[in-house]
Design a binder for this molecule. Structure first.
Ligand SMILES: C[S@@+](CC[C@H](N)C(=O)[O-])C[C@H]1O[C@@H](n2cnc3c(N)ncnc32)[C@H](O)[C@@H]1O
Length: 285
């Protein structure tokens, strides 16, 4: 299958993921209740909810994809609204939510537009904005994205962004090492390829535009959108490979990225692979 542009790419992935052809989206386990949020997502939500959990809270799931986490959040008692620009992703989400017997509102939106008048009815409504893994590299204007997150939050509400660390986005491959993605934003980068992060062998061909965003640029975009930083945590290990193609599972079961070697042939120190940013819309502007 061929597509052009980011929306076409995500339409293709939304139609493909969770159809039994990838290891990432285990729909039978989801429907049977055998899947849940990962510990690092639970920890980040703890920070975003002051340790109280999401039960009874209004949660905006931004860039929800087919809604696996939307369903987990709803099962934890959250009132979830899922935002994504892909109509196929939102249709899959509604179907999965029905199969899981949870209610989730869906809104088709470019997440850079959420602060605009077109989405006024959702602004100031949410206790938590939840966005995870594979979000910001698709965004040309990160300040607009952060303004959108800030606009959705009620005063005192918190953004939880659990994202690929920019360092783990940089290598195309490790053997031999090819580094082809920028650490800081230098505008649009064009890439072409095949497959999906959930199944590299998938019969999908893509032509996409992505953007590097450093940790500093991400934090500053949040500050410039009027958010107050609560916590920034960089993770040097993950319980899965969030990119699907580059981390190595080690003897303790955790996945890490090590490049080269350490001193005297010792293993290289692990590089950061994910980060958690929690930021709050101040109660008084
Ligand atoms: C990597 S997925 C998020 C994955 C999700 N954390 C999961 O585990 O399923 C990225 C999502 O961002 C959405 N997306 C990409 N660019 C967007 C934009 N400008 N506005 C809104 N959604 C966008 C895609 O449709 C896709 O569903």
């Amino acid at each position: 299958m061929a597509d052009s542009g980011n929306l076409g790419h995500w339409e293709d992935l939304a139609a493909f993921h969770g159809t039994g052809n990838d290891i990432y989206y285990d729909i039978p386990a989801l429907i049977s209740g055998g899947m849940s949020l990962r510990p690092m997502e639970v920890d980040a939500l703890g920070l975003a909810t002051r340790g109280l959990g999401v039960d009874g809270l209004a949660v905006a799931h931004v860039q929800s994809h087919i809604g696996i986490d939307s369903i987990h959040l709803a099962r934890l008692g959250a009132h979830v609204t899922a935002f994504d620009f892909s109509p196929t992703a939102l249709a899959r989400l509604r179907d999965l939510a029905a199969q899981c017997d949870v209610e989730i509102r869906t809104v088709q939106a470019d997440s850079q537009e959420l602060a605009s008048a077109a989405f006024a009815e959702y602004q100031g409504e949410f206790d938590v904005v939840y966005a995870t893994i594979g979000v910001v590299s698709w965004i040309a204007d990160l300040e607009a994205w952060m303004r959108g997150a800030a606009a959705l939050l009620r005063p005192g509400g918190r953004l939880m962004l659990l994202e690929l660390h920019p360092l783990v986005c940089m290598p195309e491959k490790t053997d031999p090492l090819v580094v082809d993605f920028p650490y800081v934003n230098d505008g649009l980068r064009h890439y072409e390829g095949t497959g999906s992060y959930a199944n590299p062998d998938a019969d999908l061909t893509w032509s996409i535009e992505q953007y590097g965003w450093s940790i500093g640029e991400t934090v500053n975009a949040a500050i410039d959108a009027g958010l107050a930083i609560v916590r920034l945590i960089e993770h040097v290990e993950a319980p899965f490979d969030p990119r699907g193609d580059i981390l190595v599972q080690e003897d303790d079961g955790m996945f890490r990225l090590r490049l080269g070697t350490g001193a005297n042939g010792a293993p290289a120190e692990p590089l950061p692979v994910l980060f958690t940013l929690v930021a709050e819309r101040p109660a008084v502007a």
